[in-house]
Ligand binder design. Sequence first.
Ligand code: FES
Ligand SMILES: [Fe+2]
Length: 426
Amino acid sequence: MASSWTVSSRTGTSARPATGWYPVARSAQVGTTPLPVGAGGQAYVVLRLRPGAEVTALPARCPHRLVPLAHATVVDGRVQCPYHGWQYGSEGRCVEIPSLGPAGTPPPRADLTAPWAVEERDGWVWLAPERTATLRPPRSGHPVPEPVPPLPTPAGPVLGNLDPSLEHAWHPVALSGELHEGGYVQIRLLGRTWTVHRHGSTLDADPPAWGVVERHGLVWIAPAEPRDTPLPVPETTDPRAVRAWLPPARSSAPAGPLTDLFLDAAHVPVLHPTADAPYAPVAEVTPQAGGSTSVWEEPSAGTRRRTTAVHRAPFQLRRRTDELETGAARTTLFLLQPEDEDSTRVYTCLFLTPPAGTTLDAEEVAAAVAGAGAALTGDLELAAGLASSGLPLLPRDELHVPADAPGVALRRTLADFAADPLRRSA
Ligand code: FES
Ligand SMILES: [Fe+2]
């Protein structure tokens, strides 16, 4: 039985949960897969850390990036979050944060606020969110569990896909190749439908937009006067860089959390494990006008690799990895179109630079595109389960560790972008 836990104020349901015992599930329903339940209006998951073991109850979201723990797995008798692999013990204690490296110790603030007690009685699992007068759940012939409540939401503002500030930015809306000469495409942007026509070198939008341009192989719309800073993409003029587009993808996750995911290095060893990148390095982050640049070197056993990630508000990201010994480089461009509240179109472009003195053949390019496509699919599968309405902008709504420095800079940039009164006045 856990004791002396405090109620977290990191999420919107910070009111103290009700006292008393709540039936949440039949014992037979609870296995080693987390089961979402509700008790006193609070959302939890219940599970067993080994087959047949006693029941563990934990809050419904991981405090790091608020991923629903319904998607967690049990690894070595611990609950492991699917995003960055943080692991929790039976009473919510955070016992492992992979990005801290082999010698790192999770800080106490990473612990989950577990309920006061969870007990099995007469074939039912009972949960007491708060210290309660009776040490054991009541005997009850016909317990009725309450419906599973909605997941808690951040207490502070989030940047969703329909935020009014997004009117004042350039957004990619189609691949250039999707808009033929004399033709048109219908697209969704910021919750509205637009028709974009091409007449020779002229592009126009209906309803009218402040601007329509073509850049980096994409068509872009600025609904109102843009105040964002264009993302520099030097690879477009590098004669050695081979360009390859991935097919555009779509996600139900908002563009803010997706940009965070594409910038994030700490999830890579967990979601896309490779033998030579066992944990995430800490980046050096430099704030810049309208964004930031983050640089880190991977602790790989083989060739030294340096990654430079450049973000520009709202959702433009260039991630370049240089192999320092060979001169080879690989850049991934992520450009996101906030279509609707629950829909984002993802444009991904690769630029591949071969080692000095060599060239790339079609097979190597195809293999790189396939690898990038597989990584993108993995990311989008994770993103589909985020249950997020946007990127939290208040630092205390999430829990940051050193490897999150690029993500913290991203949040700062987007908080500034969303708060600019000029953009708000639209
Ligand atoms: S480990 Fe859970 S969101 Fe990062
Ligand atoms: Fe990823």
